[in-house]
Design a protein around this ligand. Structure first.
Ligand code: HEM
Ligand SMILES: *[C@@H]1O[C@H](CO)[C@@H](O)[C@H](O)[C@H]1NC(C)=O
Ligand SMILES: *[C@@H]1O[C@H](CO)[C@@H](O)[C@H](O)[C@H]1NC(C)=O
Ligand SMILES: *[C@@H]1O[C@H](CO)[C@@H](O)[C@H](O)[C@H]1NC(C)=O
Ligand SMILES: *[C@@H]1O[C@H](CO)[C@@H](O)[C@H](O)[C@H]1NC(C)=O
Length: 323
């Protein structure tokens, strides 16, 4: 009898195709380290908590680090690699002014290498640490999917692909869409600016000589503009001067959105979310309902953590150098 059956054959092709799709979506797993490093999350949480108790700037810096990592080459810990004589790395690219707190990731990595050598990738450490800083600052908790591999490439020239604080909603949406993140993700993740600080250089253009007809960005609350102008005079001798991104900058809450309603967003890219019909209603819904914001932020962080995940990278032994 004929062994070959066209029906069975095409069915198995479809089945194989389906498996490939499912596999590439299911590459990350909540239980990834259950056998190889059951203590991984505990070690990371302890390290991040201890560092944050000594260094109040660490939580915001770690959250921003995750965003940078995932937006350039995917979540592959490329942001952690140090420059070498042959190569200028991402962390030495232009918008690195508040990219710090790498030492926290190094500390966690050292502890992980002694607890379970060669198991936990640097990209996963950053993803877990970003969740932990949000949770310990009063924000939501979510299960981090794990199993990312670390990349071998980091180029300062690629940081040009990060969205800039001068972007409008169209260019922000474009930037997020390239990473398969939607409009809701854009608004929810921008809520990361509920934590942390910005240097004057990132919003200076809104305060002085904004356009040929207006000195100050008209979408900014005038009193807020005066406050910022005092902190950021032109010329400005103090390179460390700047502004907290919301009025409760060490608490993860929905104050960021309330400030947008009041015209008190620090970056043009923040305030723009309240000026455009595509995003304004989402800003309003998050300003009115913190638990909705928390839920959507958690969902969008999981999506951010899936951006460009590598399947054939390595588990770096030292997060600053390729193996
Ligand atoms: C939507 C596009 C975004 C733009 C244009 C943007 C831009 C910026 C800029 C210019 C700074 C200040 C840098 C400085 O002057 O020190 C900053 C800080 C920060 N960003 Fe964003 N960002 C964006 C999205 C995000 C996302 C998605 C997150 C995380 C979920 C995030 C988290 C942070 C945090 C926590 C800080 C404060 C860092 C610190 O205190 O050191 N940002 N961002
Ligand atoms: C806690 O953090 C401090 C400051 O960064 C550091 O010196 C110390 O070694 C940390 N302790 C542990 C057990 O990680
Ligand atoms: C930022 O990049 C510059 C070079 O562009 C480098 O000199 C500086 O050390 C970097 N800063 C941090 C905090 O990494
Ligand atoms: C947004 O910015 C881009 C690039 O600067 C510009 O071409 C576009 O006209 C702007 N769109 C809106 C709606 O302002
Ligand atoms: C403001 O910008 C215009 C060009 O847009 C420039 O000619 C002028 O010199 C600037 N003024 C100051 C005070 O920087």
């Amino acid at each position: 009898m004929a062994v070959f059956s066209p029906r069975k054959f095409s069915f198995s092709i479809i089945f194989l195709g389906l498996m490939t799709v499912l596999r590439s979506q299911a590459a990350l797993d909540v239980h990834y380290y259950d056998r190889t490093c059951p203590e991984a999350e505990k070690i990371i949480r302890y390290t991040v908590l201890n560092a944050s108790m000594h260094d109040a700037k660490a939580p915001a810096r770690i959250l921003r680090m995750f965003f940078h990592d995932c937006f350039i080459r995917g979540c592959d810990a490329s942001v952690l690699l140090d420059s070498t004589p042959q190569n200028q790395a991402e962390k030495d690219g232009p918008p690195n002014i508040s990219l710090r707190a790498f030492y926290v990731i190094d500390d966690a990595k050292t502890k992980l290498e002694s607890a379970c050598p060669k198991a936990v990738s640097c990209a996963d450490i950053v993803a877990i640490a970003a969740r932990d800083v949000v949770a310990m600052s009063g924000g939501p908790f979510w299960n981090v999917l794990k199993g990312r591999k670390d990349g071998r490439i980091s180029k300062a020239s690629e940081t040009i692909n990060l969205p800039a604080p001068t972007f409008n909603v169209s260019t922000l949406i474009q930037s997020f869409t390239k990473r398969r993140l939607g409009v809701k993700d854009l608004v929810a993740l921008s809520g990361g600016h509920t934590l942390g600080f910005s240097h004057c250089s990132s919003f200076q253009a809104r305060l002085h000589n904004f356009s040929s007809v207006q000195d100050i960005d008209p979408t900014m609350n005038p009193e807020f503009a005066e406050t910022l102008k005092k902190k950021c005079p032109k010329p400005n001798k103090n390179g460390n001067a700047g502004q907290f991104l919301d009025s409760t900058a060490s608490t993860f809450d929905n104050n960021y959105y309330k400030q947008l309603l009041a015209g008190k967003g620090v970056f043009g890219s923040d305030q723009a979310l309240y000026s455009d019909y595509r995003t304004k209603w989402i800003v309003e819904s998050f300003a009115n309902d913190q638990s909705l914001f928390f839920k959507e932020f958690a969902t969008s962080m999981v999506k951010l953590g899936n951006v460009g995940v590598m399947e054939n990278g390595e588990v770096r032994l030292n997060c600053r150098v390729v193996n």
